[in-house]
Design a protein around this ligand. Structure first.
Ligand code: DC
Length: 230
């Protein structure tokens, strides 16, 4: 039997990657890996230690001592960093800026990418991020690149944060998000790029279920043709 595929789901923030990736993984019975959560956890721990977003010896030692794991508790995926459940803390608005700043640092990317490759090596994974199809798994069987207009993305993030009880301003979110997307796309190391072999899906006018069904049908197509040729 052919190896179950690696599904890479990339795109900027607010396009619905997380919702779609989790649901696709659940429908296919695959493991879901949120690589953004890994950069968020590094940003959180480094900020707590008062580290500047630069490649300092303290940061390198934080990375070498870091024990980062995903655990499933009652159906929800938790992010555990050095034994602490940081799932809620990494979702706060401030953690987004720290994640973006620290994710630019070579030592951070090297450590995270190595761990992501180990986590996905056996296949049957849905891995969500910015550089999965371009860098982490350039040979992924299915690469999806999600997009949406800046306003739709900011509105989704605004509603998500409001639902969590954060007091946020839409204009500020839109502005911060544009800056972050620009930084993620223009950094020299593993920027957010759409590879030529990625299937692009504009989610602006689709609901979550339509996005999921489209990706699941692509995955099934690929698995069916791999079965035929194996
Ligand atoms: O997807 P997210 O918003 O949780 O990602 C948090 C930050 O991490 C974001 O600024 C982009 C960065 N990131 C990255 O550089 N590479 C990835 N594979 C995933 C996220």
């Amino acid at each position: 039997m052919a190896r179950k595929p690696i599904i890479a789901i990339d795109g900027p923030s607010g396009v619905g990657k997380t919702t779609a990736s989790k649901a696709v993984a659940a429908q296919l019975g695959f493991t879901y890996i949120d690589t953004g959560a890994m950069y968020r956890a590094v940003g959180l721990l480094a900020t707590r230690r008062g580290l500047p977003p630069e490649q300092t010896p303290e940061l390198v030692s934080l990375l070498s001592d870091l024990d980062l794991r995903f655990e499933r508790t009652n159906g929800a995926q938790r992010v555990i960093a050095n034994g602490e459940d940081v799932s809620a803390a990494i979702r706060e608005h401030a953690a987004s800026a720290a994640a973006s700043a620290f994710s630019r640092i070579p030592a951070v990317r090297t450590a995270m990418v190595a761990q992501q490759r180990k986590m996905g090596a056996a296949g049957a994974v849905v891995m969500e991020g910015r550089d999965i199809g371009s860098n982490v798994f350039p040979d992924a069987e299915l690469k999806v690149f999600l997009t949406a207009t800046p306003e739709v993305k900011a509105k989704r993030r605004y509603e998500e944060l409001r639902a969590r009880g954060e007091d946020v301003d839409y204009e500020k979110i839109l502005q911060d998000q544009n800056l972050r997307d620009e930084a993620d796309s223009n950094r020299s190391l593993n920027p957010l790029i759409q590879t030529e072999d990625a299937r692009v899906l504009d989610t602006s006018d689709l609901d979550a279920d339509q996005v999921v069904q489209t990706i699941v049908s692509w995955a099934r197509e690929i698995m069916a043709s791999a079965e035929k040729t194996s």
